[in-house]
Design a protein around this ligand. Structure first.
Ligand code: ADP
Ligand code: ASP
Ligand code: MG
Length: 412
């Protein structure tokens, strides 16, 4: 008999009817004789509502209290699912992060899991044949005794981390799509479901905007070799489809050059005009941002004709846009630039594929395809298995569809 982790996202537990449907999926696996740990998200929309209440309560709210508030959504669904399972005559109980415990760092709002003691859950399997229903997204910072949360989308990470801790045979991420697609199927109806996707590719897709799995959950699955599937909770519980397996690249037989297209609206562009072209200027720009914990992503430096001054363009997370501009305005005397320009109506579009390692000119084809559609590229970055372009947000769908078709990803 196998040991399974089944994770259900917000839309899958959005109301009592859906929670009962989840209970049917869990019942199927329990009836097959498997030991099951279930991880649940809050009902869809709940976490957003809780976040907005914190913002309403104070502009500069205490991060520890924010975690106390936003962790509550998962407590409700864990309890309700345990009741729904009991209604089916199954032994089940809910577990909050601190009860297991799931120990995390003290970085409230985006804590990292440090350690999970799986023994209580394993005892429940062995001694009471009991299904564990675990509240996702939350943990405990042992040193302060405070509740933490793992960052938005963090229930995926709870699930994979628990799978690693209890040495589960499989971790199934149930969501509202039936697997990982070549791009967001909501944007591109011609997107295709992938049977398999390599850890490295999934990691890039998640980091570059595909929110189907939280980035850290993919990292953990890769490091601990957790056999992870993404599949749909809307399948018939009696006849579910396997979904997409996230696996090692060696396990993928037919490797495409480009596997997927991702996009992110979470970035903003900053351009410094006529920055002095001298050694140390890049440090003067980027050090104060680094000190303020602002992640700079794409960087483009353009030398002007006179070699006296240069333009520097880069992107920062949209949430840090205002802060970054304030810091750079303060640092203006030290840096010495003529003007600061910012734009937040931009989007980063990325193409990802392990095949890029062995194929030249993959990005170049995208540049011409985008140019043909009249889409201007503001910045470019490339690395071994991906490239990204920054463009005007108004062209998001056109650009994603153009690249999706260009690399032969459209379904017939
Ligand atoms: P959950 O609430 O179950 O965690 P999420 O909303 O976090 O679900 O993630 C699922 C969503 O991810 C899908 O509805 C889909 O719109 C989006 N998505 C983005 N990129 C992809 C992709 N490449 N493949 C599948 N889904 C994707
Ligand atoms: N409920 C949390 C969120 O909306 C965690 C999750 O769903 O994974 O971000
Ligand atoms: Mg999610």
């Amino acid at each position: 008999m196998a040991r399974l982790v089944m994770k259900f996202g917000g839309t899958s537990v959005a109301d009592m009817e859906r929670i009962r449907n989840v209970a049917r999926h869990v019942q199927r696996e329990a009836a097959a004789g498997h030991s099951v740990a279930v991880v649940v998200s809050a009902m869809s929309g709940k976490t957003n509502e809780l976040v907005s209440w914190c913002k309403d309560a104070s502009k500069h709210y205490d991060q520890r209290e924010y975690d106390a508030v936003v962790a509550s959504g998962e407590q409700v669904t864990a309890g309700l699912l345990a009741i729904a399972l009991q209604e089916k005559g199954l032994a089940a109980r809910s577990w909050l992060g601190w009860q297991i415990p799931i120990l995390t760092s003290g970085a409230h709002g985006g804590a990292r899991i440090a350690d999970i003691d799986g023994s209580a859950i394993l005892d429940g399997f062995a001694l009471r044949n009991e299904i564990a229903v675990i509240a996702g997204f939350q943990g405990l910072h042992k040193e302060t005794g405070r509740i933490t949360t793992l960052g938005r989308g963090g229930s995926d990470t709870s699930a994979v981390a628990i799978a690693a801790a209890i040495k589960a045979d499989r971790c199934d991420i149930y969501t509202d799509v039936d697997g990982v697609y070549t791009t967001d199927p909501r944007i591109v109806p011609k997107a295709r479901r992938l049977d398999r996707v390599a850890f490295e590719e999934m990691l890039e897709m998640a980091s570059l905007g595909a929110k189907v799995m939280q980035v850290r959950s993919v990292e953990l699955a890769m490091v601990h070799g957790v056999k992870t599937f993404v599949r749909s909770s809307f399948d018939d519980p009696e006849n579910p489809q396997p979904g997409t397996l996230i696996c090692s690249e060696e396990d993928i037989v037919e490797q495409q050059v480009v596997t997927g297209i991702a996009f992110s609206r979470d970035e903003a562009q900053i351009t410094l005009r006529r920055v002095a072209d001298r050694p140390g200027v890049a440090a003067a720009v980027f050090m104060p941002l680094a000190e303020a914990n602002i992640n700079v992503d794409m960087i483009v430096q353009v030398a002007s004709d006179d070699t006296v001054a240069t333009d520097i363009t880069f992107t920062v997370p949209i949430a840090d846009f205002d802060r970054a501009r304030l810091i750079l305005e303060k640092a203006k005397p030290a840096i010495g630039y003529a003007a600061l320009q910012g734009a937040n109506d931009v989007v980063k579009i990325s193409a990802i594929g392990i095949g890029m390692r062995s194929h030249a000119g993959v990005a170049a084809r995208a540049f011409s395809a985008l140019a043909e559609k009249g889409i201007n590229i503001r910045a470019i970055t490339t690395s071994e298995i991906k490239f990204s372009v920054l463009i005007d947000a108004a062209y998001t769908e056109l650009a994603v569809r153009t690249l999706h078709a260009l690399y032969g990803l459209d379904k017939a």
